[in-house]
Design a protein around this ligand. Sequence first.
Ligand SMILES: Nc1ncnc2c1ncn2[C@@H]1O[C@H](COP(=O)(O)OP(=O)(O)OP(=O)(O)O)[C@@H](O)[C@H]1O
Ligand SMILES: [Mg+2]
Length: 321
Amino acid sequence: MPSTITPEQLASVGTIGRTILDEVGKAFIGPPTVTEAILTALVARGHVLIEGNPGVAKTTLVKAFAQTLSMNFRRVQFTPDLLPSDITGTYILDMRTNTFVLREGPVFTNVLLGDEINRAPAKTQSALLEAMQEQQVTIEGETKALGSPFIVLATQNPIEQEGTYPLPEAQVDRFLIKLRMTYPDLADEKRMLQTYDKPPPPVRAVVGPGEVLKLQALAQEVFVAEELLDYVLALTQFTRSHGRVYLGASPRATLALLHACKALALLRGRDYALPDDIRQLAPLVLAHRILMTPDAELEGGTGAAVVTEALAKVGYKTPRR
Ligand SMILES: Nc1ncnc2c1ncn2[C@@H]1O[C@H](COP(=O)(O)OP(=O)(O)OP(=O)(O)O)[C@@H](O)[C@H]1O
Ligand SMILES: [Mg+2]
């Protein structure tokens, strides 16, 4: 067997995954695949951007997810007057010692909920995106490492809305996964109506930082066959040579898809990846990294549509045994 993960480890990961999905389900009524995607990002050491119209439970979902993690947690409501130093921190004068001491910003935590991230100007967004990319921040020339694990769960309303600043397109790929939350299906929304007046049982913490670091290390061990690497490459190649695409998926995107795929396989109780893991994750990992040509954009072409097309046209070659 090419992987060193034991059956006991796989079973324990499975229990953790299911428990987190159940706990989040106490507060958020909706498909467990949404929560699974966030969990996948956590295990793959990535960050998540959640986009959706007002009132579709973006905040409810990320808050519930954060509650399942027994770690330092900070929430920042992004507003037009938020400054970069409100994210990273600032030096203040300590009157007693007459020296400058660093007051760490909310980015010094394990789980950072950035709510309505597109309400703050680009400079402030960039401070966060940079911290996510580098796992460290530089304040007044001094570089400090961030917490470990570190995950950003950001929400935003669709960028067409007034009073919002679209995230710098070239930096949106700092998010491993971008989830689009749509309206709940009728049955789920009805269940919400039927239960809204009963306070939901509190969401319990399921894992701490040590366990998450172990999960992250374990995911690295998941076996990915060469045919699957070729499949990932073929999918991203497709986005690069597409006529309506201005900028296709980068090598960072290829790597991101591989990492996410290993994490999802592990969470699903396997020590090897399957083509289905890739098919499920490609839209979440690749779509937001694809820029359309202006013409295609005018006609309503989207990265998501290109990924759908790639999945339909690019075949997976079954290995010959
Ligand atoms: N699928 C759902 N499950 C449980 N509660 C829901 C669901 N959808 C909406 N709600 C309820 O609707 C309200 C709005 O949810 P929430 O504040 O999380 O939305 P949001 O997407 O963050 O909105 P905004 O973009 O305005 O910040 C909350 O009271 C929440 O409990
Ligand atoms: Mg909200």
